[in-house]
Design a binder for this molecule. Structure first.
Ligand code: RP5
Length: 173
């Protein structure tokens, strides 16, 4: 298994970021940016439920030993990656439906969200918003036990609120 273009960030990876294809990278970059901004360690891999099923199985089986607190898994089309990973590990899987060309990501969303009872995948919005929110959700999980994550996450939320309140756009309208 090898990283795509991003090296592992931070001393020990805490979040696994995986995607079904190199073509998903542009979408998943949003998750990496959020994790980096919050100082959260991560590792990046391409794993395909269909093209590299054995690799997916071995990654899932080793997820706990790798020290992953959760796995953000993005895939498009017949997006079986998050669900299959969830079948192989007890580490929480956060699924990101990548926007497909043919069906605008509706296929990805339905493939990821409609899991059978017993094998949960937390499912996020289609595309860029989903990737960013999956990373923020991963941060929220880590923040329950790690002050080093809680503080920057809180700062992000406060800055986001301030940006809305301080927006001068409507002044004079
Ligand atoms: C899925 O098929 C991937 O997650 C990707 O979104 C989609 C298309 O993959 P490529 O044909 O671009 O490699 O498995």
């Amino acid at each position: 298994m090898r990283a795509v273009t991003e090296p592992a960030f931070g001393a020990a990876p805490h979040v696994g970021v995986v995607m079904g294809s190199r073509s998903d990278f542009e979408t998943m970059q949003g998750a990496l940016d959020v994790l980096r901004d919050l100082g959260i360690g991560y590792e990046v891999r391409v794993l395909s439920a269909h093209r590299t099923p054995a690799l997916l199985a071995s990654y899932g089986a080793r997820a706990e030993r790798l020290g992953l607190a959760c796995i953000i898994a993005g895939a498009g089309g017949a997006a079986h990656l998050p669900g299959m990973l969830a079948a192989f590990t007890r580490v929480p899987v956060l699924g990101v439906p990548v926007q497909s060309r043919a069906l605008s990501g509706q296929d990805s969303l339905l493939s990821i969200v409609q899991m059978p009872a017993g094998v949960p995948v937390a499912t996020f919005a289609i595309g860029a918003a989903g990737a960013k929110n999956a990373a923020l959700f991963a941060a929220a999980i880590l923040a329950t036990t790690d002050e080093a994550v809680r503080a920057p996450l809180e700062a992000f939320r406060q800055a986001q609120t301030r940006a809305v309140l301080d927006d001068p756009f409507f002044e004079g309208h």
